[in-house]
Ligand binder design. Structure first.
Ligand code: HEC
Length: 138
């Protein structure tokens, strides 16, 4: 009898943790899901979904001082392309990143926030559409 209740407790615990693990994924906020989709669509092809980059093709987001630092130069890189911001000379990659000023302030705030809060460790602060709009005027 004792053994039996031990096993049912074990099964209960295993089921509960499976349910909890499932919950962690489905509990992502709609904002986080939207930001991830925008990043995956426009940036993930070159920088990979986890931000690890693709060797000689494109640099990692993970470990980038630019992504972790003051958001202004990072926003400028998205609005005006890498040449406007990164030092010269620098490492060459086989792909070319174009400017993303055709994206909306919301979409750019989403990808910047996604990189800063999800793809680097330790995370940096979120960025708002208003901050993007301010940089556009410069
Ligand atoms: C076609 C491939 C490609 C796409 C798509 C792309 N990038 Fe890039 N990205 C690059 C390359 C290549 C560089 C390096 C550019 C250089 O040094 O001139 C780069 C550089 C960067 C850097 C600077 C990294 C560092 O610290 O040196 C960031 C941040 C970045 N990209 C973010 C993004 C975001 C956000 C998007 C989507 C909106 C995006 N990229 C889309 C290829 C790409």
């Amino acid at each position: 009898m004792k053994t039996r209740s031990f096993f049912s407790a074990l099964i209960f615990a295993a089921t509960a943790s499976a349910i909890l693990a499932n919950d962690a994924e489905s509990s992502d906020s709609p904002e986080l899901k939207r930001a991830r989709d925008t990043y995956d669509l426009h940036c993930g092809l070159c920088h990979m979904a986890d931000g690890s980059g693709a060797g000689r093709m494109s640099p990692p987001i993970e470990g980038s001082a630019l992504v972790a630092g003051d958001p202004a130069p990072l926003i400028d890189l998205l609005l005006h392309g890498p040449d406007a911001v990164l030092p010269k000379p620098r490492k060459k990659y086989t792909s070319v990143m174009l400017p993303y000023r055709h994206l909306t302030d919301e979409q750019l705030a989403d990808v910047v926030t996604y990189m800063r809060t999800q793809l680097i460790d330790p995370p940096a602060g979120a960025v708002t559409p208003v901050q993007i709009a301010e940089r556009r005027k410069k």
